[in-house]
Design a protein around this ligand. Sequence first.
Ligand code: ADP
Length: 218
Amino acid sequence: MIHFFQVYKTYPGTIKALANISFKIEKGEFVFVTGPSGAGKTTLLKLIIRAERPDRGEILVNKRNVSRLKNSQIPMLRRTIGFVFQDFKLLNNKTVYDNVALVLRAVGHNKREIPKRVRQVLRVVGLEDWVLRQFPLKLSGGEQQRVAIARALINTPSLILADEPTGNLDPELTVEIMNLLQKVNTLGTTVVVATHNTNLVSQYQKRTIPLYRGKMAA
Ligand code: ADP
């Protein structure tokens, strides 16, 4: 599903953000990308969605060489990938319903199907229908992250990338959100979680891709 082969990435004026990174993630896996702040975790995720381009090396996502995609093909790539952020990135002036439905409208989904699909993903993430009419800031952090995960799931992506998804949550909510990501994984979606939280990683016995200062750690 994801294949990095000898990937390098340097930002202007910085040391190498990533150097000689090679790994494969198979369909259906749950993988942690770990390492302290600045290790290159976010850069690695950005390369997968072509938000950044590698200087060297090959990146395949769903058998497509993402470096070679034309700009016009990038939306198609991103439609197959759901993204979850530490700070949720919900639109706070829109209702939960609109936050989740927006993506479907953007891809020209059949209008009559949209409310049904929104309710469906809301149930997957364990939220009830009353939440749909709320604005994000009325909800707890854990609920907001569930909404963000619902939004990530709405297009039935084959892959979810989560960048420090529990970074703003207390330990109890962290467990809830991690359990939800595991559930999403068991329902068939490949999940990649980037985190610096070593407790989290040791708690869940998952495969890890450890980074340290841009390199694959031993
Ligand atoms: P992590 O997610 O593990 O904290 P990042 O991928 O964000 O690591 O950053 C890796 C390195 O690249 C760091 O040294 C960071 O300062 C640098 N970096 C990240 N993004 C940029 C950017 N847009 N411009 C310049 N340097 C960057």
